[in-house]
Design a protein around this ligand. Structure first.
Ligand code: UDP
Ligand code: MG
Length: 329
């Protein structure tokens, strides 16, 4: 049987500190898989530079130049992790049988890549990398992330618990995923919707090899909120429910006010009046804000803008036509 072509797609944003380490580590993994004849000689690493401001692209293009097993794509500016990854997947699907996506910081254990491939060769189209524990993340990151997965689950969005964007997708799963062409992209929410035969591989998440997180709190919250409103209309329904409830309560309150009035006891109503104005005003603003959020989403979608723009494309689509010099690590 013809050996399968694997591409490992790695989005990088200001990762100059960790790039060499990541490149050598992944290259080692790729070499071993090729040597063990699990994957084709045409397999490669694909680095996507998400508009970095440091020397990341310089390092990627240099690696592309010296190593036929490396490809690179540079986006014209910073588009965000999900879109950078999407750019990589869209390139990779053209010349690969399966693609693994992994972060550049080596927090995800690269030694399970072999297991990913073995599961793929067994016939699985989707292999999820799942963190067995998150000891190395800060307490804050851990609890917020776990809270997020739980909340999403309650809101009816089936996310794989403790799975981020470390996964293998077969060519056909990837091709189907790329048909989801929404602008508000939340890949880990889309993958479970694909169906196909899937499995999980567990690993321990480590600390970042170098550099610092490119996901500060504000970006993380925006990402969580995007994920939530892209997939679930439950928040809107919840607000509508509260609206009905307060409407119902206002009848009871009205009745109470009338009774008080007829009993000639009205001044004391001021406090409750003020409270209700604030309460209802707040509820209204909250509802309008939330509905606006969805309208904003619709606005984004109908514009149908390109999700990313490629400035340089150093994809080595015909790896087999080049002379292979194995760079030993
Ligand atoms: N990343 C990206 N664009 C961004 C932010 C991050 O391509 O705007 C990449 C980053 O280089 C890394 C991955 O996305 O490979 C995950 O980012 P990071 O490790 O900083 O996030 P964390 O693990 O802290 O959630
Ligand atoms: Mg990270």
């Amino acid at each position: 049987m013809k050996k399968k072509i694997l591409t490992i797609a790695v989005p990088c944003y200001n990762e100059e500190e960790v790039f060499d380490c990541t490149y050598l580590r992944l290259k080692g993994v790729l070499n071993n898989l090729i040597d063990d004849e699990l994957i084709s000689e045409n397999s490669q690493l694909l680095f996507i530079d998400d508009g970095s401001k440091d020397a990341t692209w310089g390092k990627i293009s240099e690696a592309c130049r010296i190593d036929p097993y490396v490809s690179g794509v540079k986006l014209s500016r910073n588009f965000g992790h999900q879109k950078a990854l999407l750019a990589g997947l869209e390139e990779a699907v053209k010349f690969s049988d399966c693609v693994i996506s992994i972060d550049a910081d080596l927090q995800d254990d690269t030694s399970v890549i072999r297991e990913f491939v073995l599961q793929y060769l067994k016939g699985y189209d989707v292999v999820y990398g799942v963190r067995s524990k998150r000891d190395t993340d800060s307490y804050f990151k851990r609890t917020t992330a776990e809270g997020f997965y739980k909340l999403m689950g309650k809101l009816g969005l089936s996310l794989v618990y403790n799975h981020a964007d470390y996964r293998l997708l077969s060519k056909r799963a990837l091709a189907e995923m790329l048909r989801f062409n929404e602008s508000n992209l939340f890949l880990r929410g889309i993958v479970p919707l694909l169906g196909f035969k899937s499995t999980k591989v567990y690993y321990e998440r480590k600390a970042r090899e170098a550099g610092e997180s490119k996901y500060p709190l504000a970006k993380m919250l925006a990402f969580a909120f995007d994920g939530l409103t892209s997939f679930s209309v439950k928040p809107i329904r919840f607000i509508t429910g509260i609206g009905f409830l307060s409407f119902f309560i206002s009848f009871i309150a009205g009745f109470y006010v009338l009774v008080e009035k007829f009993m000639g006891d009205t001044e004391s109503g001021w406090a409750s009046l003020m409270i209700s104005i604030w309460l209802i005003g707040g509820l209204l603003l909250m509802s309008i804000g939330l509905i606006g959020e969805y309208i904003g989403k619709i606005y984004e979608e109908v514009k149908h803008r390109p999700r990313y723009i490629i400035e340089h494309n150093l994809c080595n689509k015909h790896a087999n036509t080049k002379i292979k010099t194995k760079v030993h690590v």
